[in-house]
Ligand binder design. Sequence first.
Ligand SMILES: [Zn+2]
Length: 144
Amino acid sequence: MKKFLLYLWQLPQNIVGLVVILFLRKKNIFKYRGKLVCYDTRLLGSISLGEYLAIGSVRQETLDHEYGHTKQSLYFGPLYLFIVGLWSLQEVWFDRDGDYYDDFPEKQADKYGGVIKDENNRRKCTYVPTAEELNSINKAKTNK
Ligand SMILES: [Zn+2]
């Protein structure tokens, strides 16, 4: 019941997510941290839409960052597409200061997903994937 209500709470992005996945290649679909991931090498970037991640890279850093956006989706609910979506789009288009991950909501997505910066300012993952998740990631890397 709780899961159903949370799905409804995120309905706009869940619908967009389903539509996006409909148009992607289905050969690399797997679960990562409870979310449905669709990896398609034709994608230039990655997007997090409620319960769905459409990704153009299977680097763990990307998966964890996009997972962080799913947390924002839970918090912002029906406002997610406006708050996070519009902000991200304007960052992609104008990239005002040159560092995409330094502004809200990208910084917050990193934090929620467990992506930190090391002493050399390089992004690093703190989440440890399960054996099944690692297997899916490796399979997707070879199954392009
Ligand atoms: Zn992001």
